[in-house]
Design a protein around this ligand. Sequence first.
Ligand SMILES: NC(=O)c1ccc[n+]([C@@H]2O[C@H](COP(=O)([O-])OP(=O)(O)OC[C@H]3O[C@@H](n4cnc5c(N)ncnc54)[C@H](O)[C@@H]3O)[C@@H](O)[C@H]2O)c1
Ligand SMILES: O=c1ccn([C@@H]2O[C@H](COP(=O)(O)OP(=O)(O)O[C@H]3O[C@H](CO)[C@@H](O)[C@H](O)[C@H]3O)[C@@H](O)[C@H]2O)c(=O)[nH]1
Length: 455
Amino acid sequence: MKITIIGTGYVGLVTGACLAELGNDVFCLDIDADKIALLNSGGIPIHEPGLEEVVARNRAAGRLQFSTDVAASVAHGALQFIAVGTPPDEDGSADLQYVLAAARNIGRHMAGFKVIVDKSTVPVGTADRVSTVVAQEIAASGSGATFSVVSNPEFLKEGAAVEDFMRPDRIVIGHDSGAQGLRARELMKKLYAPYNRNHERTFWMDVRSAEFTKYAANAMLATRISFMNELANLADKVGVDIEAVRHGIGSDPRIGHSFLYAGAGYGGSCFPKDVQALERTARQYDQDLFILRAVEAVNDRQKQVLGKKVVANFGEDLAGRHFAIWGLAFKPNTDDMREAPARVLLRELIERGASVAVYDPVAMLEARRVLARDLDPAQFAQVRFAANPMDALDEADALVIVTEWKAFRSPDFEQIKARLKNPIVFDGRNLFEPEQMAEHGIEYHGIGRSVLTRR
Ligand SMILES: NC(=O)c1ccc[n+]([C@@H]2O[C@H](COP(=O)([O-])OP(=O)(O)OC[C@H]3O[C@@H](n4cnc5c(N)ncnc54)[C@H](O)[C@@H]3O)[C@@H](O)[C@H]2O)c1
Ligand SMILES: O=c1ccn([C@@H]2O[C@H](COP(=O)(O)OP(=O)(O)O[C@H]3O[C@H](CO)[C@@H](O)[C@H](O)[C@H]3O)[C@@H](O)[C@H]2O)c(=O)[nH]1
């Protein structure tokens, strides 16, 4: 099938590359000329396992092209995927300017019949707004073109995006029940047939329900994390090991094991913004989503937990103190720093007068860019970018772990102890066992595990 993808960010690039991998003829459009030039020279703008190979293979086969040419992109695809960003507006609602700009371009240049697929995460009612904008442009151009807008939210996780897209646990498709909507449904069915031959994993529904499903999924996952983080903080006070509790409750199939890890708070480009946007939608309908307000507040506080543990240990004034930080990206296997808990920790430590040496397996360049924006030049000068994890430890008063990279899981503890000024580890992702740390003579502070540390 001929497919156009508008926006070549995490979602657009992965969607385009994976659809090309199945033999489709894919045209990827972006307004960012540098990104398109990079992709056309064989580069990849993001770190995502397996993506580079899929892109290279399909570019070479002529099934995947990148361009800034709007008219050509609209002419190309029978299916026009909108995969542009929907960042938070000042009031927390989803900013739809990029989605509507993409829709306007489609309407302005289209001829014949097109299926417009909203893949971006967008509030309920957005498909109607896209329809209105496209219809206005068609009326202005006089092309007489026809279309149907479909909602097909994306559930991929960064760091596992290619795998998630190629083996989806569900495909949600919202379409209209009129003739154009049913025509769109047939095309979507054909497109996704290779992923699930009998469509056992496709959930067909109306457009608004599909739009809402995406927010409901992220809100539920964020709720589980904040719930566990809140309990972990209590566990620290009442002498309970949150990891034992996690196993104890997760074995109940009604609860399940996933997304119950207490830690330094959730980050990324999705949970924080989508929880906020759903709250905002509710407020527009005079409803207060109490649970989600609490989920957000708990997460904001949780991002400060590591800083608070450091202060409890070293005092409020950290002038002259130096800390090693392992992990900067908001999660492993990505270089994405959006809403990363490490940014909150670094600001806190540096504002209190400390200096830091930081290390992340892939996010160093992105961190440099983001931290130069977060911090003023004098503060930024307090950050040393270390060459490897052990190099970050020298002369540090303690090691603080923020991201659960696999490479941090089995370090040489004797070397850690020898290189740190004080053998103290603050573990924001519960990577290590407190007993094991005690054996190495390392003072250990996990999340919700202080009972084991005291033993
Ligand atoms: N990142 C994820 O893991 C993820 C997962 C599921 C859903 N989503 C949702 O998908 C959407 C995209 O997210 P992302 O992380 O890929 O964003 P991103 O910021 O990485 O990429 C968006 C791209 O769209 C381009 N763009 C903006 N306006 C354009 C226009 N008019 N025409 C062409 N290109 C345009 C930008 O230049 C950018 O390259 C968001 O709604 C997000 O919530 C993201
Ligand atoms: O038990 C857990 C699981 C995750 N996290 C944190 O939660 C954040 C988000 O993690 P994850 O969900 O794995 O990453 P994302 O790439 O943001 O993916 C989420 O957001 C995407 C964008 O909407 C959705 O498509 C995915 O389904 C949804 O998982 C990260 O900071 C994790 O460290 C925890 O603290 N505890």
